[in-house]
Design a protein around this ligand. Structure first.
Ligand code: URA
Length: 186
């Protein structure tokens, strides 16, 4: 098993899929390598591609807010944040199955090295990949699942919550899921 630093070095040089050609930066992941809590999103957007850090744009600010309000946690302590794909899909399109498959070993090794207690998957792509299902997030969320030695708590992607102004049913569901995730951290 590589160290997280070695794995990141591999990712920074990765050309396994066509997303490599369009990236400004590889957005490997950020946070505490000993984190008990890990968030997994879909893929970098424009802001993330420019800053080489996941969830730094609008949906990231929203994620930070609900994380703090529902869990009393901020991203700078005990949290690691990564994405399914590490390079920005052009125009923020959905990642393609072959891009997800190429990048999957990076995410799986990040989880294996960090060994979080709780993994919160944000939206369909992360949830379907880690639970190995084609079911949608609305059906999958609302409960916790075993994932190796960890517990996986699926929730909506913050951008879905933002589409209803950050105050609708999706946001309420996301808040409830984060409360559930916190219960599993103790
Ligand atoms: N959306 C994601 O899924 N990941 C990010 O890092 C930013 C936005």
């Amino acid at each position: 098993m590589p160290t997280l630093v070695e794995l990141e070095r591999d990712a920074l040089a990765c050309t396994r899929c066509p997303l490599a050609a369009g990236r400004t930066n590889v957005v490997f992941g950020v946070g505490d390598p000993d984190a008990d809590l890990m968030f997994v999103g879909e893929g970098p957007g424009r802001d993330e591609d420019l800053k080489a850090e996941p969830f730094v744009g609008r949906s990231g600010q929203f994620l930070d807010r609900v994380m703090l309000e529902e869990m009393g946690i901020s991203r700078d302590r005990g949290v690691y944040i990564a994405n399914v794909v590490k390079c920005r899909p052009p125009g923020n399109r959905d990642p393609e199955p072959h891009e997800i498959a190429s990048c999957r070993p990076f995410l799986e090794q990040q989880v294996a090295i960090i060994k979080p207690k709780v993994i919160v998957t944000l939206g369909n792509f992360a949830t379907r990949l880690l639970l190995d299902t084609t079911e949608g997030i609305s059906k999958l969320r609302g409960r916790a699942y075993p994932y190796g030695d960890a517990v996986l708590v699926p929730t909506y992607h913050p951008s879905a919550a933002l589409r209803s102004g950050g105050a609708g049913e999706v946001t309420a569901g996301m808040r409830a899921d984060l409360v559930r995730a916190k219960e599993h951290l103790c």
